[in-house]
Design a protein around this ligand. Structure first.
Ligand code: AMP
Ligand code: ZN
Length: 138
């Protein structure tokens, strides 16, 4: 429990939420400002700031919960689902307690998607090398 963390308070029941799922490790509740009805947030009950420090076992568990919730949302009649996690301020993270967004999509909702950049082959090759050597060091 991190002092002054909104999602720790929601996990602890100190602040109410529209809970849709709960187990020993995680909690899922409706986003208060949904991109579409049914937009759900999944959080670990324990405080982790983002993907970098998130415990690996919990990360895997959150993805299992994401799958369950996606299937339940699909049954409500949505046309598609985006799954996103914002990590760090520059990536749009506002609440610094790790969370996964499950965002229902509705045909024609016209939500903006990120634009793709054109990179040169060499730039793509170099990035692939950098990332794999970063992985080799972890
Ligand atoms: P992020 O930008 O990834 O940090 O997303 C934070 C999300 O939390 C936003 O989509 C907010 O609408 C949502 N949010 C903020 N306060 C609450 C709250 N009390 N209950 C539910 N969702 C919230
Ligand atoms: Zn927290």
């Amino acid at each position: 429990m991190e002092k002054d963390c909104l999602f720790c308070k929601i996990a602890g029941g100190e602040i109410p939420s529209r809970k849709v799922y709960e187990d020993e490790m995680s909690l899922a509740f409706l986003d208060i400002n949904p991109v579409n009805p049914g937009h759900t947030l999944i959080i670990p009950k324990k405080h982790f700031e983002n993907i970098y420090d998130l415990n690996e076992e919990i990360a895997a568990h959150l993805m299992k919960v994401a799958k369950k919730i996606s299937i339940a949302l699909k049954k409500t009649g949505v046309d598609g689902i985006n799954i996103t996690m914002n990590n760090e301020k520059d990536a749009g993270q506002v609440i610094f307690h790790s969370h996964i967004h499950i965002m229902p999509r509705i045909k024609g909702d016209n939500l903006p998607m990120w634009p793709g950049k054109k990179l040169k082959d060499e730039e793509l090759d170099e990035m692939a090398k950098k990332i794999s050597s970063g992985l080799a060091r972890t």
